[in-house]
Design a protein around this ligand. Structure first.
Ligand code: T6T
Length: 312
């Protein structure tokens, strides 16, 4: 299990599980989208701190890649010792339903953190940012950055079926209608691979000479976009608005590679995820949908927003 350096307090354990619904099962498993990624590490830290307060342990089982088949393996591996609660960020809003339902059928309480399934009947609670609103905020941030200039804008999405980034791209497209100076050249999928994001940017720069802005819907798309712009010598000429606030994105904002970032609050998603799981485990009322905060950060106000930077 991955143990993050959360600072303060200890960390998850590896409780044995046992039957999912016995009162002495104090084990919660967290299955994030992918390992070693600042968004999910911050979420894990929030979850661990809350679990410790409530007398539970969090065991994190992270897939090597953001991939539904790899995540399914992690879910299936819970079979022998079902945890009392499962916090999961489904990497596909449809394909992950059946494996998660199998865990649920053995008595484990399911809470969705960040991403979610299309089917709202599986989890007792879902905690996420308002991602459509985040896309809207990104469009407003970009519109402010370009001022009166006219031009085309590109959206870099991750994978079809990722509920969060798909909603961000949609929210961005909806808000763009209120900014007639900005013309969308559409959204491109990148499979959440920085290399693919970089080549989409290279291609867009070649085909769209008036490209004025890019919205990268998460960490990897942002990293790839910055590479594409750097390779073309276009850093700072094309405004890049990213999502999330990883150490490397924050560094990029300081260096002028990004002009804006929409930061989420992953620690609070993890914290509230544990609260909901424990409520469900102990037979208390749960809240079906919980929205975590979002914050638009630019270089000018980044130092005042340091509390939103993610851990690594
Ligand atoms: O943006 C986050 C998360 O919200 C999204 O669902 C997937 O990508 C991230 O983990 C960042 O890489």
């Amino acid at each position: 299990a991955l143990v993050a350096a959360c600072g303060g307090g200890q960390v998850g354990g590896s409780g044995d599980g046992g039957a999912a619904s016995t009162p002495d099962n104090k084990k919660i498993t967290l299955i994030p989208g992918v390992q070693a990624e600042p968004f999910y590490i911050s979420m894990q830290c929030g979850a661990q701190a809350e679990a410790q307060k409530l007398g539970y342990t969090v065991d994190t089982q992270a897939p090597q890649k953001f991939d539904a088949a790899m995540q399914t393996e992690k879910v299936n591996a819970l079979g022998s010792a079902p945890p009392a609660g499962l916090l999961i960020a489904p990497t596909d809003d449809t394909a992950m339903q059946a494996p998660i339902e199998q865990v649920k059928n053995r008595g484990t309480k399911i809470v969705e953190v960040d991403t979610s399934l299309k089917n709202t009947g599986v989890a007792v609670s879902s905690i996420s940012s308002n991602n459509a609103e985040g896309g809207k905020l990104a469009a407003q941030t970009l519109a402010k950055l370009v001022g009166d200039k006219k031009g085309s804008v590109l959206v870099l999405d991750t994978i079809a079926g990722t509920s969060t980034t798909n909603a961000r791209a949609q929210g961005f497209a909806d808000e763009l209608k209120n900014h007639p100076n900005l013309k969308s050249v559409g959204a491109q999928f990148t499979q959440n691979e920085p290399d693919q994001a970089a080549s989409k940017v290279t291609a867009a720069l070649a085909s769209t000479p008036d490209l004025i802005g890019i919205f990268a819907t998460n960490l990897n798309t942002g990293e790839g976009a910055a590479t594409g712009l750097r390779n073309a010598g276009k850093i700072g000429q094309v405004n890049l608005v990213g999502f999330d606030a990883s150490p490397s994105e924050i560094e990029g904002l300081r260096k002028g590679e990004y002009q804006g970032l929409i930061a989420q609050d992953p620690a609070s998603i993890g914290q509230q995820g544990v609260q909901q799981a424990v409520a469900a485990i102990t037979g208390k009322p749960t809240t079906r949908n919980i929205t975590a905060g979002l914050h638009s950060i630019t270089k000018a106000d980044m130092d005042a927003n340091a509390q939103y930077f993610y851990k690594q």
